[in-house]
Design a protein around this ligand. Sequence first.
Ligand code: B1M
Length: 210
Amino acid sequence: MSKIQEIAEAIEGGKSKVIGGLVEEALAEGIDPLKILNEGMIATMGVVGEKFKKAEIFVPEMLVAARAMKKGVEVLKPKLGGNATGALGKCIIGTVSGDLHDIGKNLVAMMIESTGFEVIDLGVDVPADKFIEALKANPDTKIVAVSGLLTTTMPSMKDIVGALKSSGIKGFKVICGGAPITQEFANQIGADGYSPDAASAAVLAKQLAA
Ligand code: B1M
C-alpha cells in the first residue's frame, strides 16, 4: 500500500494518533506536501462525505475523520506555508453562522497567510455582526473571506455579504467559497470574488488587494 493510501485510510478511520507519523514518513519519502494534502486528505473527506450521504457512516465517524485530518494538516502546515509576513495587509476570515465546518476555512486561512496576509480568524458559526465588528476594529482590512459548506446556510452568506457591503466601511473586498458555492451565487450575493479551493483563494485575495 502506498503512503498516500495509508494516510487516506488513517483519515477515513479517524486514526488521529497515527496520522502525524504517517504524514512525516510521507514527507521523508519526498512526497510533495500538496499531493499529500489533495490526494491523501481532501479526497478522503470527499469519500467520507459520500459514505455519510449513503448512510454507511454517521456524524461521529465524520467527526473523527475531521479530527484526524486536522492533526495531519498540523504536521503538513510548515511545509505548505510560504511568505507569512503580513505585508499584504489584513484578511478577516470565518465560516458563516449556522455552519460548524472549518477544515476548508482553515486551509484557506493557511494559504492566504502564507501568501503574505495577516489573518484574523473569527472561527465558525460567525454571524454578520461579528464580521462587521471585526472590520470596524480593523479598518485597514483588505480582504474579508467567507466560507460556507452547507446549502442550508447559503442564505447566511448572502446576509453577511450584504451587511459588509452596506456597512459604509470602504477599502476591502469580500471573497467567498465552500462546497455548495458557485461563481454564479457569489455574483448574485454581491461578493467581489469566488474561488473553488484554498490555493486559488490565496491568489484571488492577492489580486483583489493589489
Ligand atoms: Co458535514 N456535511 N455536516 N460535518 N461534512 C458535509 C458538508 C456534507 C456535504 C456531507 C454529505 O452529506 N455528503 C453535508 C452537507 C450537505 C448539504 O448542505 N447539501 C454535511 C452535513 C449534512 C452535515 C450535518 C448537517 C450532519 C448532521 O448533523 N446531520 C452537520 C452540520 C453541522 C453544522 O455545521 N451546523 C455536519 C457536521 C459535520 C462534522 C462536525 C461532523 C464534520 C465537520 C468537522 C469540522 O469541520 N471541524 C463534518 C464533515 C467532516 C463533513 C465532510 C465529510 C467533509 C468536510 C471537509 O472538511 N472537507 C463534508 C463532505 C464533503 O465535503 N464532501 C460534509 C474537506 C475540506 C478541505 O473541503 O471544506 O469543501 P471544503 O473546503 C474546500 C473548498 O470548499 C474550498 O477550499 C477547500 C479546499 O481547498 N473552500 C473555500 C472552503 N471555504 C472556502 C472559502 C473561500 C474559498 C474556497 O473563500 C473565502
